[in-house]
Design a protein around this ligand. Structure first.
Ligand code: NAD
Length: 512
């Protein structure tokens, strides 16, 4: 990677060295202090954006409110057409935007492109959905009455996103919210602000080409303070927040205090059960990709392997071999499997976790370390590692956002399911087995307690067609496919009397 390559990526997406960080669409504002973005690949400064000021925030909220009044009355399929056009712009920009994701966040180029593909996929899904925002009709208990329900737009949806999916998570929310008739204000993670500018620039082209009001897609930038303006703002009936459990507990309480709604997409502690009936070869691909892909910085990353005692030695030997072959380095180089962590703070967390594993009684099977040398000059590269642990250790109960894989043994499947469920989080889970009884038990009401439960594929790499999210401390929210759209709308029950009589429900008599 050299400077001219970086400049080509930034320029191609309309990003300057210094960018105003607040936008209503057509207009950008930039009076606030700078947030400087560095690539974790080599620590180089990329560009800066300004943090949103309170005045800018108020101007944005006023525009978003105005835009909502227009957008909510546009027929849903027409809104779908706008999302279709956005999806097409993303197709045109897939290469550059994928490169920017990789550059700013540090995930592999394949995964950067994959993230943009997810944006395209959710746009396609949303276009179809725009003709399928179905409500039920019910039979009234009263004669000559009709009952049905409608789904109406809610207003401004506040989207707060995490650093690890700097573009896709926003689009999962925004594409669905838009066809539902909502407008969006997005605060990307302060660790990846340039990705937000790029997505907004691409949306602006669609806005202009269709002569739509600004305010349908707004951008704010900043950290906790700007996030708190959103969570405390009654003008945002829904806050969709993706990030750590620590953040989700604060955001959930702040929004609940004003009786607003939330979609919370928080941390995971995802396990794969490897049964005695597992096909070990295919198990390994899912397990290793799950554990080291995005350098262990996916909410669905595989954190724990719960291995049947009869397979344990085999699996450990195969894992050691696979980890020995991992290439760690510049994620833009497609020969590498593992890129950097997001920043040196994340490296500190990794080191603390390694110390805690040893203190709490764990044994390293593949040692971890912070990598040194020219190729690793940003100080953000760490070696994926494996530790043999017990599930109850405090460090195992906690999500460390790094490529640390815990392994443990089990004797029977009930014990394995209890271990899998025995953590505070409930996002993704999987079983590797060729035995139908085992897989059905795992998927039953007495099985996995997670929002996602897979058979013979790993814990990460969900498709947009399903509802995405998890239980317990993962927050309970659902985004993306299935009927997740319902969270972005308000339901209205309508009862219509087409007779001259006024019979009351439950047969109540009230004569005047
Ligand atoms: P983080 O919690 O540090 O930050 C996430 C976002 O919340 C950022 O935009 C941040 O500015 C904002 N924020 C932080 N405190 C806030 C507050 N008090 N009020 C309002 N906003 C606030 O998380 P991160 O380090 O960026 O991301 C990693 C975490 O995200 C991991 O725990 C990961 O599992 C989780 N994650 C979950 C999902 C999911 O769908 N379940 C997806 C991606 C990431």
């Amino acid at each position: 990677m050299n400077l001219s390559e970086i400049n080509n990526i930034l320029e191609g997406l309309g990003i300057s060295k210094e960018n105003p960080g607040s936008s209503t669409g057509k207009e950008f504002f930039g009076a606030g202090p700078k947030i400087v973005s560095h690539t974790p690949i080599n620590g180089q400064e990329l560009a800066s954006v300004t943090q949103t000021t309170r005045e800018e925030y108020e101007a944005i909220m006023a525009k978003s409110d105005e835009a909502f009044k227009v957008w909510r009355t546009m027929p849903a399929p027409k809104r779908g057409e706008i999302v279709r056009q956005y999806g097409n712009k993303l197709r045109e920009n897939k290469d550059l935007l994928g490169r920017l994701v990789s550059l700013e966040m540090g995930k592999s180029l394949q995964e950067g492109w994959g993230e943009v593909q997810e944006m395209i996929d959710i746009c396609d899904f949303a276009v179809g959905l725009s003709r399928q925002l179905y409500g039920l009709t019910m039979h009234s208990e009263r004669p000559s009455h009709r009952m049905y329900e409608q789904w109406h737009p809610m207003g401004t949806v506040g989207i707060i996103s995490a650093f690890n999916f700097p573009v896709a998570v926003w689009c999962w929310n925004a594409a669905i919210a838009w066809v539902c008739g909502d407008v969006c204000v997005w605060k990307p993670s302060e660790k990846v602000p340039l990705c937000g500018i790029a997505c907004q620039n691409i949306f602006n082209e669609v806005l202009e080409e269709n002569n739509l009001p600004e305010g349908i897609s707004c951008l704010v930038n900043g950290g906790v303070e700007v996030g708190e303006w959103m969570t405390q703002d009654k003008r945002m009936p829904l806050i969709s927040a993706t990030g750590s459990i620590r953040m989700g507990k604060i955001v959930g309480q702040a929004v609940a205090a004003r009786l607003g709604k939330t979609i919370l997409e928080l941390g995971g502690n995802n396990a794969i059960i490897i049964s005695e009936k597992a096909d070990i070869e295919s198990t390994l691909v899912g397990a290793v990709f799950g554990a080291v892909g995005t350098a262990g910085q996916r909410c669905t990353s595989t954190r724990r392997l719960i291995i049947h005692e009869s397979q344990y030695d085999n699996v450990i030997a195969a894992l050691k071999k696979a980890y020995g072959q991992l290439r760690i380095g510049n994620p833009l180089d497609m020969n590498n499997h593992v890129g950097p962590l997001i920043d040196t703070l994340a490296v500190e967390q990794y080191e603390k976790a390694l110390a805690a594993i040893k203190e709490q009684g764990g044994t390293m099977i593949v040692e971890g370390e912070v990598l040194q040398g020219d190729e690793y000059s940003s100080g953000c590269y760490v070696k994926p590692c494996i530790a043999e642990v017990e599930n109850h250790y405090a460090i195992v109960q906690h999500e460390t956002f790094a490529p640390i894989l815990y392994v443990m043994k089990y004797k029977d499947l009930d014990e394995a399911i209890a271990l899998q469920n025995g953590v505070p989080q409930g996002l993704s889970s999987a079983i590797m087995t060729t035995d139908m009884r085992e897989s059905e038990l795992f998927l039953s009401a007495a099985g996995s307690d997670c929002g996602i439960a897979n058979v013979n594929i790993g814990t990460s790499g969900a498709e947009i067609g399903g509802a995405f999210g998890g239980e317990k401390e993962t927050g309970g929210g659902r985004e993306s496919g299935s009927d997740a759209w319902k969270a972005y709308m308000r339901r209205q029950t309508n009862t219509i009397n087409y007779s001259k009589e006024v019979p009351l429900a439950q047969g109540i008599k009230f004569d005047l």
